[in-house]
Design a protein around this ligand. Structure first.
Ligand code: P6P
Length: 346
């Protein structure tokens, strides 16, 4: 049988990391182990996520997190699993999490250089958990400045612009569980085969279409939108016999990771602008907008705050929010044209 087996493209995440990272990082392998640690936590969260209803861990801890949102048990569990995996791995020295007001120092293990910082939203879209809608984990990885010993790393060392990220990725716990990440050399997606507990390469070198027909936005905030954005949304809904992408389809799951993932694959734009309830936008810069901006740019797309490239924004705090326009490049450009009042006539 062996000589006839179709080798196909069977490649585990670990094999892929070993093959690709050795080209990029100095020989320490520390970064590769960090990615492995993240994938281990992802498998544990996935396991708990798939059993949540049975283990009665839906529902709430009653704790209110720094966002003022009541923490769901799965939120807290996901946060704990990622922190534990990173502590065990010892490759990072500082964690920033949506679920924790302050940065969390981690004792880097003696045998690693531990120069990495992980910023994460352990479980984004958690309001969907109890209604069994897809949710996801988002992470962003930086190196601490070379002159900072790991044990002295502070939050200031984490507040670097998105352009300084060394890696970014997400796990989407959907109809299947996928881990998608970039280290600045393209975007690759891995689908979990639960029967063998391995993430297998399923989406090599993802590229997002230049334009698409999907618009993801909470139209319930229409009353608060600038006129330019209203004009863009109205333009998207107009029929144009010469434009296969209009009228656009509205797809808004209420779970950023899922909306982002679908739009990256099919083409589309996700927008969370300034609203009455969230005048600075709702998405957080450091562990939602920046990592997804890194990914979408590596996939050929764009991410801005309506004016400025997300990854060039100078961070001021761990949990700061930003308006976000992210997805197919032509759609982000078109949104900008409307926002700046020079809407194209056609
Ligand atoms: P709204 C989830 O809380 C989240 O941060 C994103 O995942 C999602 O796209 C957005 O908020 C939904 O917010 O205000 O439209 O319900």
């Amino acid at each position: 049988i062996a000589e006839h087996a179709d080798l196909g493209d069977f490649k585990t995440l670990e094999q892929f990391i070993l093959e690709t990272q050795s080209e990029y990082e100095h020989s320490s392998g520390s970064f590769s182990r960090l990615l492995r640690d993240m994938s281990v936590a992802a498998k544990i969260v996935n396991r708990d996520m798939r059993r949540a209803g049975l283990l009665d861990i839906y529902g709430q801890t009653g704790i209110t997190n720094v966002q003022g949102e009541v923490q769901k048990k799965m939120d807290a569990l996901a946060h704990k699993e990622f922190v534990l995996a990173l502590r065990r791995g010892g490759e990072c020295c500082l964690i920033g999490s949506e679920e924790h007001a302050e940065a969390i120092p981690i004792d880097a293990s003696s045998e690693s250089d531990g120069h990495y910082i992980v910023l994460m939203d352990p479980l984004d879209g958690s309001s969907n958990i109890d209604v069994n809608v897809s949710v996801g984990t988002i992470f962003s990885i930086y190196r601490i400045p070379d002159d900072v010993p790991p044990e002295e790393a502070t939050l200031d060392d984490a507040l670097q612009p998105g352009t300084d990220q060394v890696a970014a990725g997400y796990i989407v716990y959907g109809s299947s569980t996928m881990l998608v990440y970039t280290t600045g050399h393209g975007v690759n997606g891995f689908t979990l085969d639960p029967s063998i507990g391995e993430f297998l390469l399923s989406h090599r070198n993802l590229q997002t279409p230049d334009r698409g027909s999907i618009c993801s936005i909470n139209s319930g905030n229409y009353h608060a939108f600038d006129q330019g954005l209203r004009d863009y949304l109205n333009w998207l809904q107009e029929y144009d016999e010469n434009d296969p992408n209009r009228p656009a389809k509205t797809r808004y799951i209420g779970s950023f990771v899922s909306d982002f993932h679908r739009n990256m694959l099919m083409g589309g734009i996700y927008m969370y602008p300034s609203t009455q309830g969230n005048p600075d936008g709702k998405l957080r810069l450091m562990y939602e907008a920046n990592p997804m901006a890194f990914l979408i740019e590596q996939a050929g797309g764009k991410a801005t705050n309506g004016k400025t490239r997300i990854m060039e924004l100078e961070p001021e705090s761990l949990h700061q929010r930003t308006p976000l326009f992210i997805g197919s490049p032509d759609m982000v450009d078109r949104a900008h044209a409307f926002l700046q009042g020079n809407a194209p006539q056609q």
